[in-house]
Design a protein around this ligand. Sequence first.
Ligand code: ZN
Ligand code: ZN
Length: 451
Amino acid sequence: MQFQNLARKNEIGANCYHLETSDCSIVLDSGMHPKHEGPDALPAHHELPPHSVDAIVLSHAHLDHTGTIPVIMRDQEDAPLYLTEATSHLAKALLHNSVNVMQHKRLELGITEYPLYGHRELDRLAKRWEPKPYEKPWKINRDTQLSFYDAGHILGSAGVMIESEGKRVFYTGDIQFEDQTLITGARFPEENIDALIIETTRGAAPRAPGYDRQSEEDKLLQAILDTIERGGSALIPVFAMGKTQEVLTMIHKFKSDGRLPEKTPVYMGGLSTKMTHIFDDLSDSTSRKLPDFKILEDMDINTGSKKHKGAPITYRPGAIFCLSSGMMSENTTSNIFAQTFVSNPKNSLLFVGYCDPDSPGGAIRETRHGDIIRLSKDKDPVVLNCPVEIFDFSGHATRDAILDYILRVQAKQVFLVHGDLPASEWFQQQLAERLPNCDCIIPLPSKKYSI
Ligand SMILES: [Zn+2]
Ligand SMILES: [Zn+2]
């Protein structure tokens, strides 16, 4: 077999990989780079001649894995897309939203290539999507079969086992081994794996000593209670898919335990509502905790003005605002809401996920209390007067958990992907000492490696 990294750099960007078996050409994921625009945001699709791919496999719905799936499906007209049922629903909603974002950027930034695909084309291509369950292998050709394993990262996330030529190659996608508040941890195979293609997101970031998720939840609750006590509100910037539902489930738990007053108003908006509907619809058919819990039915959530759909969410004291986007990108609900919110010292801004240092959320985290910050280029700067706290509810496994998994599997070859170079290099150093017979590779973009 041959493995090829089709990301343009060793980083978390437009993730895409190519595996060539004796009788099949398989593409694993096709993401869109979150920090680049236009053609630069695409993976190195040009390495693959048109009509040469037999199957495309999608690990999960995040855009760094999904964002250019319609482009590769257009180029590779014969290839079906394999994914889980939950991923198919989430990816469809996210990709349609992505069309809207690209249409907006075409007007705002004059990127003439946008949108890279349209709504109708997306619906047409989705007819070639073939959902598959976890742990039930299926053949894609005479000598090649695939199977999905629950990756515990977000709803529907999967690692994929590729079996061909008597060898077993396992691509992990993004992983979380620990249970989250709503999503249960990964259930990954460990036996007879010849090669691992594994994510290294947190390789350069050790977890804070003494961390455990329960006390992190307790700290978040305390921050909310302190805020309400002093007459303010809490703004929690969240990604529409995944983090929103995790945080809402936490709030539901706090209320059911009697630790947070039942009447505390909770707000969410925009795309988050659509995504939460999908989570609720799939509640009893996917591996997640609380199968009977339906967020929108069981929680009394305000989704903005009932009369005017899409009307902006207005501030009130004593409330929790879970608004997307998680990085407070310009023109998103959390960014617009924060413009007046952060100058009120009674409020608090609570981060529960990753923020790119170049994003407005990342900038706020670097701003000192009382300093001035510009959240949007079209708006006046504001004074950061409210407390800012950061919590660790990562959907990615710690580097130690991933290293332990690699050591248990003892594959002959390990390809370290989905990480900045310092992150992948940490794994390479650890494995050089602890698994000296393993061929441990940070795959150069476009170079072909034999398995
Ligand atoms: Zn992901
Ligand atoms: Zn990812």
